[in-house]
Design a protein around this ligand. Structure first.
Ligand code: AMP
Length: 451
């Protein structure tokens, strides 16, 4: 998973981009990068690690210009290493072209094979570089080129691009991943921006204007913005997992406040999967907090913070190996014995994937003396891998793909497990033109092409 941020029209574009990326750090912690331009030449800085460490004054001094695009990365295609960090910047016949991508293309393999057969050389292992090669083969402005190649691309892409003339924000026709448009006016003039999530726009002093629409290319350039659109759209497939887990709770995603949506998931879960006799509801921080609040309010069971989270450890799942994740959980969460000891507790988390995190959390709660532990998950069983940019493992590693509820409870070592139903999820998610629920239902809007 990744986060992207772009801005046009501010003399400190790269600095604002680094601040915007900081607000998106939860979407990717492996690498970060910014490409900027004063007009013409495109400058690039990227490194492994976190935004705050990478973009110090010295690095920002190498990123001049009034336009910038940036990305925080969590590898979903291509290994976790610097050559796969983004933005990716290549020199083409029309000058430098930089791209930052959130999402996964499902037809990257055949596209790449075709381009390679024609002699294209690739500098990274990502699906994103394919987009640059296709753009370089088109004519016209960057926005026009982008619109021309969209029918060739399948899968999820919320993109930011720059060629040193304009900054272009693009969302795939299904609109799987979010992308918001923002605007700011000050003594420097007017600046347009786009970001994966609205809090990034707010943090740099901008106001949310609207979403980049599915199938839309928004061109930010001198004089304002211009919108180009695909003529035919297939119907929306917004990723419901953004609401379940990925986005910040203070974000508004696909027209809904994430925090409120999560509370509704929790309330619905309490109706569908009550835990009789439980004395306290405990969230797994941070991902289960809002849903646990919803569960507690609906069930009338008291809510307590029985697990305290260290703020000096990042997202554990986001660590690329299981071994690193396992050490991470103990460093990150510690139980409050006084709340837990001797009690029957309901533990609420957002999702179960491999089950390794939950198994350890349940172990911590047992050590703290819990009498009964009922795990409640504020989404349906994650039984299918995501092909559109969320890192879920293959089916054979997905706990819910291979086990019954009783077997899951036994593996996690808790007394019972309960999930939200797919119908309950959609009802609580609220009105929308269309959700992608592939990770829960196996109903994939587009197929993954492996050859
Ligand atoms: P596990 O069941 O041990 O694989 O970990 C599941 C936990 O990791 C969930 O409770 C979420 O909080 C978090 N999580 C779920 N899916 C993802 C994902 N694709 N990327 C990062 N974290 C995730």
């Amino acid at each position: 998973m990744c986060g992207v941020f772009g801005i046009f029209g501010h003399p400190e574009a790269a600095r604002l981009a680094s601040i915007g990326l900081h607000a998106l750090q939860h979407r990717g912690q492996e690498s970060a990068g910014i490409a900027s331009s004063p007009g013409g030449e495109v400058f690039l800085q990227r490194a492994m690690g976190h935004v705050a460490q990478i973009f110090d004054e010295a690095t920002l001094a190498n990123l001049p210009g009034i336009m910038a695009i940036g990305q925080v990365r969590y590898s979903t295609t291509g290994a976790s290493r610097l050559r796969n960090a983004q933005p990716i910047c290549l020199d083409t016949s029309i000058g430098s072209l930089a791209v930052a991508h959130n999402g996964n293309l499902v037809n990257a393999v055949p596209l790449r094979a075709k381009l390679a057969a024609e002699g294209a050389l690739f500098s990274s292992g990502t699906d994103t570089e394919v987009i640059l090669h296709l753009l370089a083969r088109q004519q016209g402005s960057l926005g026009e080129r982008m619109l021309a190649i969209m029918p060739m691309l399948q899968g999820a892409y919320s993109l930011l691009l720059t060629d040193g003339r304009e900054v272009v924000a693009v969302r795939d026709p299904y609109g799987y991943r979010p992308l918001a448009l923002g605007f700011r006016r000050d003594a420097h003039g007017e600046a347009w921006m786009a970001a994966s999530e609205v809090p990034a726009i707010n943090l740099v002093g901008g106001e949310f204007v609207r979403e980049v629409e599915p199938g839309e290319v928004v061109v930010m350039r001198q004089g304002g913005i211009r919108s180009l659109r695909l003529a035919k759209l297939p119907g929306r497939k917004a990723c419901v997992f953004e609401h379940v887990y990925f986005a910040r709770p203070d974000s508004v995603i696909f027209g809904h406040t994430v925090y409120e949506t999560r509370k509704r998931f929790g309330a619905q879960l309490a109706r569908e999967a009550p835990a009789l006799g439980a004395e306290v509801v405990i969230p797994v921080p941070d991902s289960g907090i809002a849903a646990a609040l919803g569960y507690a309010r609906e069930s009338g069971i008291p809510y307590e913070l029985g697990l305290i989270r260290s703020h000096y450890v990042g997202r554990t799942f986001i660590q690329p190996t299981v071994a690193l994740r396992e050490i991470g959980v103990r460093r990150k969460l510690s139980p409050v014995k006084e709340i837990i000891a001797g009690k029957s507790i309901v533990v609420v988390d957002d999702s179960l994937v491999r089950g390794t995190t939950s198994r350890q959390i349940i172990g911590l709660l047992r050590e703290a003396g819990a009498r009964e532990i009922h795990l409640r998950i504020s989404s349906p069983p994650t039984a299918w891998p995501c092909w559109y940019g969320i890192d879920t493992p293959d089916r054979d590693q997905l706990l819910a793909a291979n086990k019954t509820l009783e077997e899951i409870a036994a593996f996690i070592t808790c007394d019972s497990v309960g999930y939200l139903s797919p119908e309950g999820l959609l009802q609580a998610a609220g009105p929308h033109d269309g959700w992608c629920t592939a990770c829960f239902t196996g109903e994939y809007p587009e197929q993954l092409l492996t050859a």
